[in-house]
Design a binder for this molecule. Sequence first.
Ligand code: SER
Length: 332
Amino acid sequence: MSKANPVILVTGALGQLGTELIKTLRAYHGTERVIAADVRTPQPGCDFEGPFLHLNVLDKEALQDIVLGHGVTEIYHLAALLSARGEAEPLMAWNLNVDSLLNVLEVARQFNLRVFWPSSIAVFGPNAPRYKCPQETILTPTTIYGISKSTGEQLCQWYKIKYGVDVRSLRYPGLISSSAAPGGGTTDYAVEIFHEVLKNGSYECFLDADTNLPMLYMDDAVRGTIQLMQTQKEQLRYVAYNITGTSFTPKQLAGAISQQFAPVNITYAPDHRQRIADSWPKSIDDRAAQEDWNWQPHFDLDAMTAEMLKNLKGDRFSQLETESYADAIYSL
Ligand code: SER
C-alpha cells in the first residue's frame, strides 16, 4: 500500500483523542482505510461508523495479526493510562504505556510502518522552566505517567536512529473536547467543569483556583497531529514536539464560562492531583513546531469556551451527562 493510500490502525480509538482523530482521518483517507481498535467495546449510541476491532495492545501477536491481515501501513498508538490514574496504578501505567509502545515500535520496525504516538507535557518535571518551557530542556518527571512518556520518547528516538522507523510525537498539554470525556488525567477538570456547570450550575474543582496549565482545544490537536504526519520527514528536527494552545487557570476558565453562559458557582477542593499539576510547566514554548511544520493554534480561551458551550448545550449533552468519566481511562 503506498503512502498516498495508507491503511491506518488507531489504538485506544474510543478515548478522548481517538474518537475525534478517527473522524478526521476517515474524512481524509476514507472510512474503510482507518481501522479503529480498542480494548473496550463501543457503547450503544456511539456514532462510530466503519471498521472496529477489539485489541489489547499488550498482545503483540494480536497486533501483528491485525497489521498483516489488514495491510496496515500506519499506526496511531493512542492507548494509555493518564497521570492521576497512573499514580494510583503505577505498574499498570508503566505496562500499558511503555510495553505497548514497544510492541508497536517492534511491529513498525518489522513491517516498515509509520507511527504516531502521543507524548505529554508530563515529560517535564519541577526542574524544567515554569514559563515558556522550551523544546529542549531537562526532563525530570515526578509522575509515573511522565516517566513513561519521557522513556517512550527515548524509545521512539532509538527506533528512529537504529532502525530508521518513521515515528512522530506531540507533547500534548491538557486536551479539551466535547465528544468523548477524558479520564484519569490532571487536566480533566477543564472538561468536567463544562458538563457540571451545564447540569448543575456549579463545580467543585480538584485543583486550586490559580493553577495555571497549558491546554489545547481538540480541533487544534487533531489538525496539528495530521499536519505533523503530513510533513516531509526531512523537515522534522525532533521526534516529539512541544505543542500548546493557551494557558489558563480554573478561575479564568470559570470566568470565561460565566461571561458567555451564566454565573458559575465554583468551589475549590484541591486533592492529590494538585501535586501533579504543580510539577508541570505553566506555559509551553512551541516555536520548534511553528518553525518546522507551521504549527499555529486557532482557539484561545474565549473561542474554546464558545465552542464547548455550543457543542454541549445541544441534544448531545443529555447523552454525555450519563457517561462516567472514570470509565474512560484506557486511552487519551
Ligand atoms: N492531560 C494529561 C493528564 O492530565 C496530560 O498529558 O494526565
